[in-house]
Design a protein around this ligand. Structure first.
Ligand SMILES: Cc1cc2nc3c(=O)[nH]c(=O)nc-3n(C[C@H](O)[C@H](O)[C@H](O)COP(=O)(O)OP(=O)(O)OC[C@H]3O[C@@H](n4cnc5c(N)ncnc54)[C@H](O)[C@@H]3O)c2cc1C
Length: 312
């Protein structure tokens, strides 16, 4: 993901690919338990089907499990009713990983996950939602109206949806953000080159300590965020509880991307602010990173709750 973020001219496409991979293909692969879900996992893995993930609703954003979507079991099917919003890849996908309540009284254990065929009757995708950055990743609402989904398309056990969502977010928060590390690496190189080449007052602007320190801070942020992300990913590989490290890494990478995006604009001056260069676009692409996959505030809550557990 880091190499992809470094090499890709367009972060929106990287984001769309990451949403498919970490919020749909990976959880499907991890939790598939019958021929139908296994075959969908395989098609997602091969890229023969595009995936999306739909949990957010108008009243359930940061409080994702406050969702109102429901699923009622009926003759070998579930009948799903949902109004989901901010669904990345909604218009382009084949499979929607949708979270609904199958037992409204059971709280966390009352949520189930379903792989919904996006072209099935009862599935409607809303018009594209325009956003500040990541333009090439489509975003739309998804409405399910009495949508009949075969029982075999339930991912994991009934009531297992919250666990599936939490697992998928762990992957997304760790791996997707590697792409932002790659972007920041490239951004720093461009800033160093510009600071060396751009001359004002008869000398390169990088010879001014004010500019040089900005570059040093960008490097510091990048390396600190990178180490946190690598550590979180290593913990996942070890099969250890990576929750605390993942949240720390998510905060570090996304906030570094925004701060360094502002620094880059300052170093490029007017050239950084105008629309025809990549400089301001990187900042616009970065701002969303503090919001999706759980906001910075929610990540700090997770960190704090883990600290209080450690202190016990
Ligand atoms: C580009 C993009 C792509 C997305 N893709 C998807 C997708 O594919 N599928 C999907 O289901 N969703 C997706 N989302 C939705 C995303 O997950 C939510 O926007 C996010 O969880 C925040 O929810 P919200 O927008 O309702 O903000 P809110 O929850 O209303 O938060 C507003 C502000 O209040 C703060 N806040 C809320 N609760 C607390 C608290 N307890 N303590 C402190 N501060 C708090 C938040 O941190 C934030 O600053 C996407 C969003 C974006 C921007």
């Amino acid at each position: 993901m880091e190499a992809l973020g470094y090499g890709a001219a367009d972060m929106g496409s990287v984001f769309g690919l990451a949403a498919h991979t970490f919020a749909c293909a990976v959880p499907t692969q991890l939790f598939c338990d019958n021929d139908v879900t296994r075959s969908i996992a395989e098609r997602l893995r091969r890229g023969e089907a595009i995936g999306a993930n739909a949990i957010t609703e108008a009243g359930a954003g940061s409080d994702a499990f406050a969702l109102e979507a429901t699923g009622r079991r009926e003759d070998g099917h579930y009948v799903l009713s949902a109004v989901k919003t901010y669904v990345t890849n909604a218009a382009a996908c084949d499979e929607l990983l949708v979270y609904v309540k199958t037992d409204p009284d059971a709280g966390y254990l009352g949520i189930s996950a379903f792989l919904v065929d996006r072209h099935a009757p009862g599935v409607k995708v809303g018009p594209p939602i325009q956003k500040m950055g990541l333009e090439s990743a489509s975003l739309a609402s998804v409405i399910l109206e009495d949508c009949r989904v075969p029982v075999e398309r339930r991912l994991g056990p009934e009531g297992g949806g919250a666990r599936i969502f939490t697992t998928s977010m762990q992957w997304e928060r760790a791996c997707l953000f590697g792409a932002y590390l790659g972007q920041m690496d490239l951004q720093l190189q461009e800033c160093v080159e510009h600071a060396r080449e751009r001359k004002q007052f008869g000398r390169a602007i990088g010879t001014n300590q004010a500019i040089a320190h900005r570059l040093a801070n960008m490097k510091l942020r990048l390396e600190a965020a990178r180490l946190l992300l690598y550590r979180a990913s290593w913990l996942i590989d070890q099969g250890e509880d990576a929750t605390l490290s993942i949240s720390l890494a998510k905060i570090a990478v996304s906030e570094a991307a925004v701060e360094s995006g502002l620094d880059a604009i300052q170093i490029f001056g007017g050239l950084g602010y105008v629309r025809d260069g990549a400089v301001e676009k990187r900042l616009r692409d970065a701002v969303a990173a503090r919001i999706f996959s759980g906001t910075s505030e929610i990540q700090r809550d997770i960190v704090a709750s883990r600290l209080s557990r450690l202190a016990r």
